[in-house]
Design a protein around this ligand. Structure first.
Ligand code: NAP
Length: 467
C-alpha cells in the first residue's frame, strides 16, 4: 500500500499513528488524535513494559493515590476501538524504527526521561550513592529497579535537590511506614522501611526558599507528618532582593511564608527529623572503606543571574554532615534510542513545535511529546496541553501533505504479525486489565490497594495461568 496523501485521514485510508510510550504524554497525544474533528485515525500505543501509565504507576509516590486516579481518563481512552495497546514491546529491540516508519504515517515519541542527571562531584560513585530515580523505581516496584538494595541501617540520609521528587523520597524515608501499609508500595520496600533505622533526612537545596522547586502542598505535607519534625534554620529561611520575591507568583510566596513560619518552631520533639537546608551544595561525598560516611557541603550565596532571578555561588565555607546513604534528586535525563534523534546536551529529543529535527531540519512523520520533548518539568496535567500542541503540528503536516514517503504497509495486522513472527509476547490492553485485576486481588488479600507484579516474567506467567 502506498500513500495517496490527500486521502490519508479518511475512512478509506485512516491516518496510522504509532505512539511510543504509554505514560501520560502518550495517552494525551492519543486523546488529541482521537478527538480531532473530521479525522479518521488508528492509534497503536506501544510500551516496553507490559503495563501502561508510565510514571503514574512507576513514579507517583504510593501515599499520593489521589494523583494516580488520573488513570481513569486513560482507561476511558483505551476503551476506544481505534486505540490499541502493545505492551512489552521494546523499541530498538522488538521493533525497529524502520519497522515503524514502514507501517505508520506518523510516529510520536512519548518516552519520557528514564535516566538522571549527575552532580559531578568526588565520591558520587561510592557504595551508598544513588539517584532518586532508582529509589523511586524501587519503592514503586518498577521492574528496572526492584532488585536494588538500599542500606537503611544508617541514621542519616542526604537527599540532594528540593524538587517534588526529592520531597517524595524524603517523605517516604521519614514517615511512619504504617501510613504506607495500605497503599500499592512494593511489599519488599514496605518491609525494608519498617526495619529502617533512619532518623534524619537531610534535604539539601542549593538555592533559597524563594527558588525552591517543590510545590506548596509538598512542603506543607512535611509539617503534618506524624512522628517527624521538619526543622529549618531561621537564618537560612531568608529572602534577599536578588530573589525578586515581589514579582513571584502566589505559590512561591506561599512556600516562603510557610517555611519562614515553620522555621520558628525549632527542633521539635519527634523521633525523626527532616532537616531542610537552603543555600548549600554538596562538594564531596566522603567515604570510608568504599562506603559513604558523610557529605561535605559548601555554603552558597545568591547573586543576580542577570535574567531576573537568582543563582548560587559557593562562598568557600564548608561543613560536613553525616550520611550513610545519599540520593541525588537533581533532575531526570532522557536516554537515546538507537535510530532516533537525541540532543546530548539537553538530554532530550530535539524538535521544533513537537516535530523531531535532525540538524535543525524536520524529519517527516516523527514527533515528540512530554518530558522527551521539553525535559523533566511540570505536573502530569502539563502534558495534556503539551501533547495537544504536538498533535496540532501533526495535523497541520497531514493537511499540508507533509507525510513521509516510505510508508508501505498500514494494514492493521501488519505490526502484530511482525511482532508475532519475532516471538514477541505482546500484552494487549485486555491482558493488562487481567494483570490489573490480579494485582488488586493480591493487594486486597493483604489489606492493600494493590500488590504489583514487579517482574515482567511474573506478569507473563500470571497471564498464562489466567488464560
Ligand atoms: P526539579 O523540579 O527540576 O527539581 C530539581 C532540583 O534539583 C532543584 O531543586 C534544583 O535546584 C536541584 N539541582 C539541580 N542540579 C543540582 C546540583 N547540581 N546540585 C544541587 N541541586 C541541584 O526536578 P524533579 O524533582 O526531578 O521533578 C521533575 C518534575 O516532576 C517536576 O516538574 C516536578 O514538579 C514533577 N513532580 C511532581 C510531583 C508531584 O506533583 N507530587 C512529584 C514528583 C515530581 P535549582 O532550582 O537550583 O536548579
Amino acid at each position: 500500500m502506498e500513500n495517496n496523501m490527500s486521502s490519508v485521514g479518511t475512512p478509506e485510508r485512516p491516518l496510522c499513528v504509532a505512539i511510543i510510550g504509554a505514560g501520560p504524554s502518550g495517552f494525551y497525544a492519543a486523546e488529541a488524535l482521537l478527538k480531532a474533528p473530521g479525522l479518521t485515525v488508528r492509534v497503536d500505543l506501544y510500551d516496553r513494559l507490559p503495563t501502561p501509565f508510565g510514571l503514574v504507576r512507576g513514579g507517583v509516590a504510593p501515599d499520593h493515590q489521589k494523583i494516580k486516579s488520573v488513570t481513569a481518563v486513560y482507561e476511558k481512552l483505551a476503551s476506544d476501538p481505534r486505540l490499541r495497546f502493545f505492551g512489552g514491546v521494546r523499541l530498538g529491540q522488538d521493533i525497529k524504527i524502520e519497522d515503524l516508519r514502514a507501517r505508520y504515517d506518523q510516529v510520536v515519541y512519548a518516552v519520557g526521561c528514564e535516566s538522571d542527571r549527575k552532580m559531578g562531584i568526588p565520591g558520587e560513585d561510592l557504595n551508598g550513592s544513588f539517584s532518586a530515580t532508582e529509589f523511586v523505581g524501587w519503592y514503586n516496584g518498577h521492574p528496572d529497579h526492584r532488585h536494588r538494595t538500599f542500606d537503611l541501617s544508617c541514621e542519616n540520609v542526604a537527599v540532594v535537590g528540593i524538587g517534588n521528587v526529592a520531597m517524595d523520597v524524603t517523605r517516604l524515608l521519614a514517615c511512619d511506614p504504617e501510613r504506607l501499609a495500605k497503599t500499592d508500595i512494593a511489599d519488599y520496600a514496605l518491609e525494608a522501611l519498617r526495619k529502617s533505622k533512619v532518623k534524619t533526612v537531610w534535604l539539601l537545596g542549593r538555592r533559597g526558599p524563594a527558588e525552591a522547586a517543590y510545590s506548596p502542598v509538598e512542603i506543607e505535607e512535611f509539617g503534618k507528618l506524624e512522628g517527624c519534625d521538619l526543622v529549618i534554620k531561621p537564618e537560612e529561611a531568608v529572602v534577599t532582593e536578588v530573589s525578586h520575591l515581589e514579582k513571584a507568583d502566589a505559590n512561591d510566596k506561599k512556600k516562603v511564608a510557610y517555611v519562614q513560619e515553620h522555621a520558628k518552631k525549632g527542633e521539635g520533639t519527634q523521633g525523626r527529623k527532616i532537616r531542610l537546608r537552603y543555600c548549600v551544595s554538596p562538594v564531596e561525598i566522603v567515604g570510608e572503606g568504599g562506603k559513604i560516611k558523610a557529605v561535605k557541603l559548601e555554603k552558597n550565596k545568591l547573586v543576580d543571574d542577570g535574567k531576573g532571578g537568582a543563582k548560587c555561588v559557593g562562598i568557600k565555607e564548608y561543613e560536613t554532615i553525616p550520611a550513610g546513604l545519599i540520593l541525588r534528586s537533581v533532575g531526570y535525563r532522557g536516554i537515546p534510542i538507537p535510530g532516533v534523534a537525541f540532543d546530548e546536551k539537553s538530554g532530550h529529543i530535539p524538535h521544533v513545535d513537537g516535530r523531531v529535527t535532525v540538524d535543525g531540519a524536520h524529519l517527516p512523520g516523527e514527533y515528540v511529546v512530554g518530558w522527551a520533548k521539553r525535559g523533566p518539568s511540570g505536573l502530569i496535567g502539563t502534558n495534556r496541553a503539551d501533547s495537544v500542541l504536538t498533535v496540532q503540528s501533526m495535523l497541520a503536516d497531514l493537511k499540508a501533505g507533509k507525510l513521509p514517503s516510505g510508508v508501505v504497509d498500514t494494514a492493521p495486522e501488519s505490526a502484530p504479525k511482525l511482532l508475532n513472527e519475532r516471538g514477541v509476547a505482546v500484552v494487549s490492553y485486555a491482558q493488562w486489565k487481567k494483570i490489573d485485576e490480579l494485582e488488586r486481588s493480591r493487594g486486597a488479600a493483604q489489606g492493600k490497594i494493590r500488590e504489583k507484579f514487579t517482574k515482567i516474567e511474573d506478569m507473563v506467567a500470571a497471564l498464562s495461568v489466567a488464560a
